[in-house]
Design a protein. Structure first.
Length: 178
């Protein structure tokens, strides 16, 4: 029953998060942060390549460019733009932390923050790696659809799972109710 409720909540949140991401992108472009955010892309590309290689996928990165080869040796070129690195999910995590960490001890806040940040970065790297694998296996259109909607579902699912785990294992009952 809990899984069904969680899945329902994730699906209900999807349009909100997609719209939220679009609004954040527009605001980021107006603020001129696209350039600084783009500087993160080469680092993320290297992390994605490392993850793909762990799964036995032949991949390489040069700056923000990724090349992933299929089993027959055919390369697929991909580009990680500033808007694909997952910065929106970090903003969403920050908003949830601002609400969820109120009234907690400094130690509990730090633990939840570090785990939330680490998990969100890992989810973003996994999301980009899955886009790469889909592009090689099924083509650019399925990869783009996953990028636009599956990635958002991954982020929302991660945040629900993260807060469920934080409430259950990191926050003491007296702190969780504060």
């Amino acid at each position: 029953m809990t899984l069904l409720i969680a899945c329902s909540l994730i699906l209900v949140a999807l349009p909100f998060v997609t719209t939220y991401n679009d609004l954040l992108t527009t605001a980021a472009m107006r603020l001129g942060v696209a350039g600084p955010l783009q500087s993160v892309s080469p680092v993320e590309a290297k992390m994605v390549v490392a993850l793909l290689q762990l799964f036995g996928v032949h991949a390489a990165a040069a700056g923000s460019q990724l090349v992933v080869w299929d089993a027959s040796g055919h390369p697929t070129n991909l580009f990680i733009s500033w808007n694909c690195i997952g910065w929106q999910s970090l903003v969403l995590l920050g908003a949830s932390l601002a609400v969820g960490l109120r009234g907690l001890s400094t130690e509990a806040r730090l633990q939840v923050f570090v785990i939330g940040l680490s998990g969100t970065v890992l989810v973003n790297i996994l999301r980009v790696a899955l886009v790469c694998m889909l592009a090689v296996a099924a083509g650019r259109t399925p990869a783009l659809i996953f990028h636009d909607y599956g990635g958002t579902l991954m982020t929302v699912a991660w945040l629900f799972a993260f807060w469920l785990a934080a409430e259950r294992w990191l926050l003491a009952p007296s702190e969780a109710s504060a």
